[in-house]
Ligand binder design. Structure first.
Ligand SMILES: C[S@@+](CC[C@H](N)C(=O)[O-])C[C@H]1O[C@@H](n2cnc3c(N)ncnc32)[C@H](O)[C@@H]1O
Length: 210
């Protein structure tokens, strides 16, 4: 059963625009925790969009699988990888239907993947299951307060509170993991056309226990 979220046609249209909707630089979360990324590790990037994080991980020497339901996003991901001279595997799939591997990845980088409340804990549970013991899940998203910033800035995120990240919900989703970092606050984003300006963000890194 597919998720009643934003349809893939929306993302295909957005990623068919010129340039990179969220920029081509990796998320600040991954850049900040680069020391946890080791060449040869396996990485999964669910909802890779146009590939900024997937390509960065490949540049760090990781073996990357990038999944998204948008064919246009995956085409841009493959193009960015080719431009930067790295290779990765792209899979077109709806993550609510995809057969998630078990304990396969050292690193899972899920940035700005906002889904309806009913599916969110399931999705986060699948991320943790797909992680190897000792592996990390990197998670970035918008807090409910982002609704206020959307009134004055083009800094992104869904405009329905049920898809935004309430900190206690995210803590509960990852209760089975160790919290390496868990930060919330306001930061001015500068990521392409659609993440621009002050934004209410949650950034977290969880480690699956050995
Ligand atoms: C806001 S964009 C973020 C893209 C990328 N992570 C980034 O930060 O640049 C959200 C992405 O999630 C993808 N997405 C949303 N729901 C999905 C689902 N159920 N299955 C696969 N991809 C999904 C969209 O296609 C889109 O690429």
């Amino acid at each position: 059963m597919s998720t009643p979220g934003i349809p893939k046609e929306f993302w295909n249209a957005r990623f068919s625009e010129q340039g990179y909707a969220y920029g081509d630089r990796a998320s600040r979360l991954l850049l900040g925790f680069r020391d946890l990324l080791k060449p040869g590790q396996r990485a999964l990037v669910p909802a890779c969009g146009e590939g900024r994080d997937a390509v960065f991980l490949a540049e760090c020497g990781l073996e990357v699988t990038a999944v998204d339901m948008s064919a246009a996003g995956l085409a841009k991901t493959a193009e960015l990888a080719a431009t930067r001279g790295v290779s990765l595997t792209c899979i077109e799939a709806d993550l609510s239907e995809w057969h998630w591997p078990e304990a396969e990845y050292d690193c899972i980088a899920a940035m700005f993947l906002h889904v309806p409340t009913a599916f969110r804990p399931v999705l986060h549970g699948k991320m943790l299951s797909a992680c190897k013991p000792g592996g990390h899940v990197f998670l970035e998203g918008f807090l409910p307060e982002q609704i206020d910033w959307q009134k004055s800035h083009n800094s992104g995120g869904p405009n329905t509170p049920d898809k935004l990240f309430a900190p206690d919900d995210i803590r509960a989703d990852f209760a089975g993991a160790e919290s390496v970092s868990f930060l919330t606050g306001t930061e001015t984003l500068s990521e392409g056309l659609y993440h621009n300006g002050p934004a209410a963000l949650l950034r977290a890194v969880f480690r699956k226990p050995e």
